[in-house]
Design a protein around this ligand. Structure first.
Ligand code: PMP
Length: 314
């Protein structure tokens, strides 16, 4: 719906290569993210960007350090270039002790430190003062802030890219813009870092249709802001309702909730009823529930109430 009137396929020339620099798109992105177009490299999803950056910086056996649990693909990209993935355990409540990460980084001297905030799958938001402390303490490592879900929280360190030469922020249009199928993400960093990574950027990585559609979506970004505030409200409602049903909810700055359920095998039981959530096994079982539309959330809550039986049934 971001694309309003859609577009006419005939007005494109599929025989021609797309603009390899995604110039127009980067200009529109720079307005949205509050930086210069020269601070941006666009990727085929931020997945491509993470892979490119890890591969550009890491040689065999270089270390990449991040908190665990976090986005599982970081490990895969490390494996692809034989870098060593070093996971720093989060606290019991899935908060992250930045001093622990800093002290390990000072000992182990990783080439790259990745901080995913809000974190997937726990929703934990790293405090800005903690990010700054990290940036001040690990000057010799590249620090990647994966802000895939930052549109749903108030925190971002995009404004620090010119202050810290070793900072790369990654964003995506897959979440808040709802354009996961178009594959569009980006990195935002100071111009020196951008020039360095540009050398290994895959040419023509964003096809013509995606470039055009993403430009249109950015032109309609007021709708994204409405969507974001709606998700935040629904996130709060869903939290309250699940808490009433004795779920344990971890504070989330993303468009999902990370929970412990009072019902065993919740994933399997909801799946049978046509509702899909994610299951995680970290010594104990946890679930990640995406905040849906108010209708979807109501269906989910109804199904959970039915599973609980008796007292909750209307
Ligand atoms: N980072 C995080 C934390 C994610 O959860 C995801 C997608 N699940 C990505 C990056 C990649 O997103 P995309 O490639 O669609 O931009």
């Amino acid at each position: 719906y971001l694309l309003k009137d859609g577009f006419n396929i005939e007005s494109f020339s599929p025989n021609l290569y797309p603009d390899s620099d995604s110039k127009k798109l980067r200009e529109k992105m720079s307005a949205y993210y509050g930086c210069k177009a020269d601070n941006i490299i666009v990727g085929n999803g931020s997945s491509e960007i993470i892979n490119t950056v890890i591969n550009a910086y890491c040689e065999k056996d270089d270390k990449v350090m991040t908190f665990v649990p976090s986005f599982s693909m970081y490990q895969t990209y490390c494996d692809l270039c034989s870098a060593k993935f070093v996971g720093i355990q989060s606290e019991k409540d899935f908060s992250q002790n930045i001093d622990k990460l800093i002290s390990e980084a000072n000992k182990q001297k990783p080439k790259v430190v990745i901080l995913c905030t809000p974190n997937n799958p726990t929703g934990y938001v790293t405090k800005r003062e903690d990010v700054v402390k990290l940036l001040d303490s690990v000057r010799n490592s590249l620090v990647i802030l994966d802000e895939a879900y930052a549109d749903f929280s108030e925190s971002s360190v995009l404004d620090l890219i010119n202050e810290y030469e070793n900072l790369i922020v990654m964003r995506t249009m897959s979440k808040a813009f709802g354009l996961a199928g178009l594959r569009i993400g980006c990195l935002i960093a100071n111009e020196k870092t951008v020039k360095y990574i540009w050398k290994v950027k895959i040419p023509y990585n964003i096809n013509i249709l995606t470039q055009y559609a993403a430009e249109m979506a950015l032109e309609n970004s007021d709708r994204v802001r409405d969507y974001i505030s709606n998700v935040k409200e629904l996130r709060e409602d869903l939290t309250n309702e699940l808490e009433k049903l004795n779920f344990l909810i971890y504070p989330s700055g993303a468009n999902f909730l990370f929970v412990k359920s009072p019902i065993d095998n919740l994933y399997e039981k909801l799946m049978e009823r046509g509702a899909l959530i994610r299951k995680f096994n970290y010594q104990e079982v946890y679930y990640r529930i995406t905040v849906g539309t108010s209708e979807e959330n109501m269906i989910l809550l109804d199904e959970i109430k039915k599973l609980m039986g008796g007292i909750y049934e209307n």
